[in-house]
Design a protein around this ligand. Sequence first.
Ligand SMILES: Cc1cc2nc3c(=O)[nH]c(=O)nc-3n(C[C@H](O)[C@H](O)[C@H](O)COP(=O)(O)OP(=O)(O)OC[C@H]3O[C@@H](n4cnc5c(N)ncnc54)[C@H](O)[C@@H]3O)c2cc1C
Length: 398
Amino acid sequence: MTQNDQNPFGLTPDQQQLLDQVDRFSKAELYPLAPRMDAEEWWPDHIFPRIGEMGMFGATIPEEFGGTNMDLLSSGLTLQAMGRWNHALALSWVAHDNLCANNIYRNGTEAQRRKYLPGLCSGKLVGALGLTEPGAGSDALGSMRTTARRDGDHYVLNGQKLYITNGPVADVLLVYAKTDKEAGAHGISAFIVEKGMPGFRVAQKLVKMGYRGSPTGELVFEDCRVPAENLVGGENRGVAVVMSGLDLERAMITPLCLGVAERALDLSVEFAKTRKQFGKPIGTFQMVQSHLAEMYTAVEAMRAYTYRVLAEAGPMEQGGGGRGYIHMLTASAVMFVADQLHRVLDLAVQVHGGAGYIWESEINRLFRSTKLLEIGAGTTEVRKMIIAGELLRGMGRD
Ligand SMILES: Cc1cc2nc3c(=O)[nH]c(=O)nc-3n(C[C@H](O)[C@H](O)[C@H](O)COP(=O)(O)OP(=O)(O)OC[C@H]3O[C@@H](n4cnc5c(N)ncnc54)[C@H](O)[C@@H]3O)c2cc1C
């Protein structure tokens, strides 16, 4: 009997096999990199080509562009397994594969797909997405200051982007800028910027409390000339690209949270069995058992919502999302899952006692990852605004 026979909400045998394969690879090759990535904010240059060689990029992209043509849930399983063993690389994977490559696939022209996707899917090129700015975070669209002006067969970009995952190491960046300053959110366009384009530079790499091996940067565009053929989705059509991309990003963050939570639970069970106090393993004490039971229940609830949102967001049509049921569901799923992760990691450190408070310990590295997933891709408050907004517009149960 397979897991799927026992549990209709579980994974199919193929999906379970994918999860196990990526888990084995991640444990063998990504996990040993994690301590140095965290300690030194080190980016291992060799690892993206290696992940590409393993066929772990382009899960939602057809084979003709270098992808593996699976679905969003399979893509999420890859991320879940990576998240267990090296969550910093898993975050960089999301920015590269989902925010950049999948977005170019969904919204790009045939020529853009042929030019950029094979390199992104092989891991030869590193991808990133630049939306947030120093003055434009939660109000990313309304407060955007970066501009793009048409000049012959180019657009000229001016402005700044902040907190951009992979920014310091990216070769290909999907960047949003205002092409019509008077049209508000409807005057935004998306562009593919390459690292070497004149006028583009990385102003700084930012030092973070968690996900330290995943490089985050501030980017500057000073009369940056981008060929007009690098416009993605049409002039002033960026809002559809952003909004559908954000829904997918929210869905895709959930398996990352799940992977980290699973690892935190495993570490805590192991610690409870081996750490002795009062002459006994601490796992024999009922209050420690209570922590483990609560963690397990949270992880299973996270798993159920994660797989559901991935399955439901997968078929989102091109340009879809950014409104209605799926907008509400993805916001709700990521809000719940990130909140549960916070709880699981808090309990995990409690189970570890002083050992969990030591910077170098694995559980501490995981603990320092909590806050980001309550902030990135729209904060918890923004997620609540989306959910309540859709409910009040009538997007209820039926
Ligand atoms: C490590 C890291 C990686 C990131 N990667 C990327 C990336 O790859 N690409 C990218 O474009 N961006 C990225 N971001 C940016 C991220 O999406 C933003 O940080 C996030 O959207 C919040 O914006 P902000 O930081 O400017 O906070 P602010 O918008 O200034 O919010 C500050 C606080 O005010 C609250 N708030 C704001 N408006 C309201 C309101 N109307 N009602 C109630 N509360 C409100 C917020 O919820 C928050 O609690 C990343 C951020 C981090 C930290």
